[in-house]
Write a new protein. Structure first.
Length: 277
């Protein structure tokens, strides 16, 4: 009679852990600026109509007479206007400038819009479209004038939507400190073009910022590892390409779409979104 066989040991099955990353969200850089003048009503309205695009980034500044406008540069010289800084220039002077001809005759007559002009276009359910408002702070805007600008911006946004549904960002971290005082739920993005300098880490933690926003060229594996290992904030990378360099922008986006980032701010949002789909 043969001895009974020992029962076979069951093999431990190693469960494969799948890390699910949220999909990369695509934002229009100054609206749909690859096809329309940047920060214009047409560029913003077009971005609202795109398929699969998560939102748009716009730039805001305050004029000498207290109007909040949607404009990027520190002065108007790129479009043939005066060299005076935006905070020292009146709205009456700014609204005369044709910013469209720079892009081609088909855009002639395009002018700088007020923030109210763009806010009026936001859908009622603004959660379906994330507006990223970047505060452009001129060196001449300091102290009480800076506080006045931030307060005026906050109040103006609040007249249209709940400000907590807007993502506010800036290279000037003082204005982000001011915004944080309005609400612990305010959505903030710390902008830096020098991620090698580690000061942004403490600022992201202090503000409990939702995002750290950097140039595409700075979004390397080392930087991504620092953020994902040490912070709860997500990474958004913004384009550094001129609107004429479409293929160069798309090529860099192909690489970054495979990285552990949360968003891309680009001149060609629909084209970049199509790379995902």
């Amino acid at each position: 009679m043969s001895e009974p066989k020992a029962p076979k040991k069951s093999k431990k099955v190693q469960k494969k852990v799948t890390i699910v990353r949220p999909p990369v969200q695509i934002f229009g850089h100054r609206g749909n600026s690859g096809y329309f003048p940047e920060n214009s009503i047409k560029a913003f309205k077009s971005c609202l109509e795109l398929t699969g695009v998560a939102g748009a980034e716009i730039d805001v500044q305050m004029t000498r007479d207290g109007e909040v406008i949607v404009y990027h540069d520190e002065d108007l010289t790129r479009f043939g206007g005066p060299k005076a800084k935006i905070p020292t220039t009146s709205w009456a002077e700014i609204k005369k400038i044709d910013i469209g001809t720079y892009y081609g005759p088909e855009s002639a007559g395009t002018t700088v819009p007020l923030l109210d002009d763009l806010m009026a276009l936001l859908p009622e359910n603004s959660q379906d479209f994330l507006l990223n408002i970047e505060l452009k702070i001129s060196p001449v805007l300091k102290g009480e004038n800076l506080k006045t600008f931030v307060h005026r911006l906050y109040t103006q946004v609040d007249s249209w939507v709940d400000p907590k549904k807007i993502l506010f960002s800036s290279f000037n971290w003082d204005c982000l400190d001011i915004l944080r005082h309005y609400s612990s739920e305010m959505r903030l993005g710390v902008l830096t073009d020098q991620p090698d300098e580690r000061g942004w880490i403490s600022k992201v933690k202090q503000l409990n910022a939702e995002f750290i926003i950097v140039p595409m060229s700075k979004c390397d594996p080392e930087f991504i590892a620092i953020v994902t290992d040490d912070l709860e904030a997500g990474i958004i990378a913004y384009t550094e390409f001129d609107y004429k360099l479409k293929e160069e922008e798309l090529e860099m986006c192909r690489t970054l779409l495979n990285s552990n980032i949360r968003g891309l701010i680009v001149n060609y949002p629909q084209d970049v979104f199509n790379l995902i789909s």
